[in-house]
Design a protein around this ligand. Structure first.
Ligand SMILES: [Zn+2]
Length: 107
């Protein structure tokens, strides 16, 4: 006959293992494309701001092929930076409340 403390030990170990796996899965799912280069483009005429895909040879101030959706002027690269991968704590909080909001912003 196993005593109650042994059962508690098993249950706690199980819970620990499951939550560790859960966190690992969460990190792997979101951190797949860990670092992403973000290119911000700005319209010099109407100050529209948008994002374009990164390609080699881009630099801040370069005129792009893309046209401004508002006024049709050539967009100019205003910033290029590497998006930091979200930290584990941020992921855990995001998955509770603001997760849906985050997903909307990205699409
Ligand atoms: Zn414009």
């Amino acid at each position: 006959m196993t005593d109650v403390y042994t059962w508690i030990y098993f249950v706690l170990t199980g819970v620990g293992a499951v939550s560790a796996l859960w966190v690992a899965t969460l990190l792997r799912r979101r951190g797949g494309s860990a670092k992403r280069i973000v290119v911000e483009a700005e319209c010099p005429r109407c100050s529209y701001r948008g994002y374009v895909g990164y390609s080699e040879g881009l630099y801040v101030g370069k005129r792009l092929q893309q046209r401004c959706p508002r006024c049709g002027a050539e967009l100019v690269v205003s910033a290029i930076y590497e998006e930091a991968p979200p930290c584990a704590a941020g992921l855990l909080f995001a998955s509770r409340g603001s997760g849906a909001k985050d997903r909307q912003r990205k699409t």
